[in-house]
Design a protein around this ligand. Structure first.
Ligand code: NAD
Length: 444
């Protein structure tokens, strides 16, 4: 039996660190490389530089096996790996909707110019369709290994908050390959998952790239669909929560991602749908995805509508009003504040003169770095203490399970905006709270 392929992971953010730890957990020898020495130092000493449930302990456990190493050295990476997973960021470009591919180009370039033997470069980052083909040509030109260095795309679907589980038990694996050898290598690397029954779709790299952006576009559309219905409900005096519930019983529609609220954010969905539109325009098919512009706009409008509800509860004026903003992360169980609707609402309230106190169980530090002007509390009780209005922005379990009576004792006024349709309205009303939620009449 040939030895198992040795794996490198380039980029150790939310995606790459999870990939490196999980691959080592599965029994592979793994070397993970990042250009950020602080991140590498933290990871090498067993400290996760971000919050992800379960990954912290798995990092410590896998480091102890000796199978997982961290480095900033690309020479080391090029010499070590048989399969190199590129997991670097692809943020939105400043000044345009297109993806900024400079980190991807740099990572592939660093490897290509150093690798001298047979190896497989595998892109996992989310990229515009056509990127893999472009990089394959670049790599062929640069690499001393010539045709022995191949390129494949294996898009990643993990969700922050569930990253370990999603990596070890994904819904599917997509291999975008151009040779039988590349497919064989990927099958070897993912053999433990395939043996557990994870389905594999083998495709060309362009299709593989598109699967990822199509999936994110679909999810974003489903969220914005129910939020568009919320807008109509607001105008018609109907209740979007009941509407969503009734729709969810239809198997063809299903209830997941059909929850009305403040909408999507984070480091993926918003920038991915924008980059998809930009790429479609380059390909001359912009009409096929113009709806994604509406999806984006509906999503952004929920933020200003949430501010409207807070203002309404504050008798029409936000100046000097003390608002407790519960949540800053773009979703619960994450400390990620990239394009976070929660933090955006907190910022908008602050800009209207409210005195905003933010509390997030994990994201306070990241939020403070992004918006140092806001005040931050170190507990839920501290945040709501003396509040004129409380606004739920991220549905952390701690907030959803909070007792309205206990919280009511601390606030100046029992007034709450449920930006995530996550609270038990009956409990709040019974405890004397004025309760408002997106897409629902004032009195339900
Ligand atoms: P991130 O910003 O957390 O991590 C990116 C890392 O890449 C950083 O640590 C950065 O220092 C490093 N880096 C940048 N340039 C480098 C280089 N040339 N060489 C080595 N390292 C380099 O980003 P992320 O959230 O992990 O996302 C990475 C990619 O994965 C993106 O394309 C994203 O769209 C995609 N993705 C993310 C998720 C998620 O939930 N975060 C899920 C699926 C796909």
């Amino acid at each position: 039996m040939p030895p198992a392929p040795r794996i490198t992971v380039i980029g150790t953010g939310y995606l790459g660190a999870t990939q490196a730890v999980c691959m080592a957990h599965l029994g592979f020898e793994v070397l993970a490389v990042d250009v950020d020495p602080g991140k590498i130092e933290a990871l090498a000493s067993g400290r996760l530089p971000f919050y992800e449930p379960g990954l912290d302990t798995l990092l410590v456990d896998t480091l102890a096996t000796g199978r997982l190493r961290f480095s900033t050295d690309f020479d080391d990476a090029a010499a070590f790996g048989d399969v190199h997973f590129v997991c670097v960021g692809t943020p939105q470009s400043s000044g345009s909707d297109a993806a900024d591919l400079r980190y991807v180009d740099a990572a592939f370039g660093e490897l290509a110019r150093r690798i001298t033997g047979r190896a497989l470069l595998v892109g996992k980052s989310t990229v515009p369709v056509g990127t893999a083909d472009r990089l394959a040509a670049m790599v062929r030109e640069m690499s001393p290994a010539g045709d022995a260095l191949e390129l494949a795309w294996n898009p990643e679907f993990l969700r922050e908050g569930y990253a370990v589980d999603d990596t070890l038990r994904p819904d599917r694996l997509v291999f975008g390959v151009t040779s039988a050898w590349a497919e064989r290598m990927l099958r070897e690397v993912f053999a433990p998952l395939v043996a557990d029954g994870v389905p594999v779709v083998v495709a060309d790299p362009a299709t593989a790239e598109l699967v990822k952006v199509a999936a994110n576009s679909f999810l974003a559309t489903k969220i914005s669909f129910i939020n568009a219905m919320a807008e109509v409900c607001e105008a018609a005096g109907a209740d979007v929560s009941l509407l969503a519930k009734a729709l969810s019983y239809d198997d063809r529609i299903g209830g997941r991602f059909l929850k009305p609220g403040l909408g999507f954010g984070g480091g993926c969905l918003p920038k991915d749908i924008r980059a998809f539109r930009a790429r479609a325009e380059e390909l001359g098919v912009s009409a096929a995805v113009t709806f994604l512009h509406e999806v984006d706009q509906i999503n952004l409008r929920r933020r200003s509508r949430t501010v409207d509800l807070v203002r309404e509860l504050a008798d029409g004026e936000l100046q000097g009003v003390r608002v407790a903003a519960l949540g800053a992360a773009f979703k619960p169980d994450s400390d990620d504040v990239r394009d976070a609707p929660a933090l955006d609402v907190a910022r908008l309230l602050y800009l209207e003169g409210a005195s905003v106190v933010v509390y997030d169980p994990q994201a306070n530090a990241n939020a403070h770095r992004a918006y140092p002007d806001l005040d931050y509390a170190s507990s839920l009780a501290e945040a709501v203490n003396g509040a004129d209005v409380v606004v739920l922005l991220t549905e952390w379990a701690e907030f959803v399970s909070a007792d309205p009576e206990d919280m009511g004792v601390l606030v100046a006024h029992r007034r709450i905006v449920d930006g995530r349709s996550a609270l038990d309205v009956e409990n709040y009303r019974a405890a004397g709270w004025e309760y408002r939620a997106l897409g629902r009449p004032a009195e339900v």
